[in-house]
Design a protein around this ligand. Structure first.
Ligand SMILES: C=C1C[C@]23C[C@@]1(O)CC[C@H]2[C@@]12CCC[C@@](C)(C(=O)O1)[C@H]2[C@@H]3C(=O)O
Ligand SMILES: O=C(O)CCC(=O)C(=O)O
Ligand SMILES: [Fe+2]
Length: 344
């Protein structure tokens, strides 16, 4: 694995120029797709009678879609947005009290994929798995429970929605929950808060570099500021996912690609930044419970369609991602050349 970035954290708000450490090659900020619906990431009403076929089309061609009628109350979305802003608006020294430890996963820090890129990203993140109480207490010693309560409310809504979405996605593949050997909710799901400060030179800065998520699927709330883009593969074009009031973005992760035996594409996505508006995204990363091995669904495997991937747990897959990043899927692909040092 590449060595970790060791430079000090940046006080973004004090920067009037983009430092060389954060200057990427110019970024195309004029993605197509805003007005041309043929080129737009689909928006799916979860009450649509054709929801299975609409999801199947979106997952095959985009690896992403937006959902409406998802049932998450607006005050829960507003609450987590406010809590995220409270957190990231604090002085750096306060946030660093909850810094992610070098071998840890949760807490405050730069994007975990940072070591794979030569330049640094214009963003900060905070990851929660399980209870955020310890980190919250470090940041707000006298009033840490407000943050925990908001995270708790959000988590409950996401657990309800992941269960619903899992049923629909399995339905879109012609399967049911009985075809998997696990139940929602998962004990390993993560909440990731991402903050993208105002940037003096957004054409050369990258909020979050292109990546796929290691999840079954990801539920992303981006409020009303644009920044998320998905790669449209056939034209190799980055397409903006426009913020829609109250909608949530669903991104197909690598484990759903495996479960679908390659039928659904994991969506390659990135976040760009803005000269005048800071942006917050709240990301719910959903995977299987610990110990469960994800494998291609039995109904999608036959003599003509052999399994493309071997069974893998989420933690094994995250280990491969941390080591090989965008080559992680090929590590678990059957018949692919084995990569040195990968788990049995
Ligand atoms: C469950 C997880 C998925 C994630 C790694 C993590 O352990 C917690 C953070 C997640 C996140 C969020 C930002 C993008 C991403 C690629 C990253 O660097 O950290 C994802 C990871 C992932 O999906 O691989
Ligand atoms: O902020 C965004 O829009 C993208 C965030 C993201 O891709 C992630 O956290 O995995
Ligand atoms: Fe992502």
């Amino acid at each position: 694995m590449p060595s970790m970035v060791t430079e000090p954290y940046l006080e973004f708000d004090s920067m009037t120029e983009l430092p060389d450490s954060h200057a990427w090659a110019p970024i195309d900020h004029d993605p197509v797709g805003r007005d041309n619906m043929e080129e737009a990431v689909p928006v799916i009403d979860l009450e649509d009678p054709n929801v299975f076929s609409r999801m199947a089309d979106a997952c095959r061609s985009w690896g992403a879609f937006q959902v409406t009628n998802h049932g998450v109350p607006p005050d829960v979305l507003d609450g987590i947005e406010r809590a995220g802003m409270d957190l990231f608006s604090l002085p750096l020294e306060r946030k660093l009290r909850a810094a992610r430890s070098p071998d840890g996963v949760t807490g405050y820090g730069v994007a975990r994929i940072a070591p794979f890129f030569p330049k640094r990203m214009w963003s900060e993140g905070f990851t929660v798995i399980g209870s955020p109480a310890d980190h919250s207490r470090q940041i707000w010693p006298h009033d840490y429970s407000f943050f925990c309560d908001i995270i708790d409310d959000y988590k409950k809504e996401m657990e309800r929605l992941t269960s619903k979405l899992m049923g629909l996605i399995l339905g879109s593949l012609g399967a049911t929950k009985d075809d998997t050997n696990w139940e929602s909710p998962s004990d390993c799901d993560a909440i990731q808060l991402n903050y993208y400060p105002i940037c003096p030179d957004p054409d050369r800065a990258m909020g979050l570099a292109p990546h796929t998520d290691s999840t079954l699927f990801t539920i992303l709330y981006q409020s009303n500021i644009s920044g998320l883009q998905v790669l449209e593969e056939s034209s190799a074009t980055w397409i903006e996912v426009p913020p829609l009031c109250g909608a949530l973005v669903i991104i197909v992760g690598d484990l759903l690609h495996i479960l679908s035996n390659g039928a659904y594409a994991s969506g390659l996505h990135r976040a760009v930044v803005n000269r005048t508006r800071h942006r917050l995204s709240v990301v719910y990363l959903h995977g299987p419970p610990s110990g469960v091995r994800v494998r291609p669904l039995p109904g999608l495997v036959d003599a003509d369609r052999p399994p493309l991937y071997r069974p893998v747990t989420w933690s094994e897959y995250l280990g491969a991602k941390a080591k090989y990043f965008d080559k992680a899927l090929s590590c678990v692909r059957i018949c692919a050349p084995p990569m040195k040092g990968l788990m049995a």
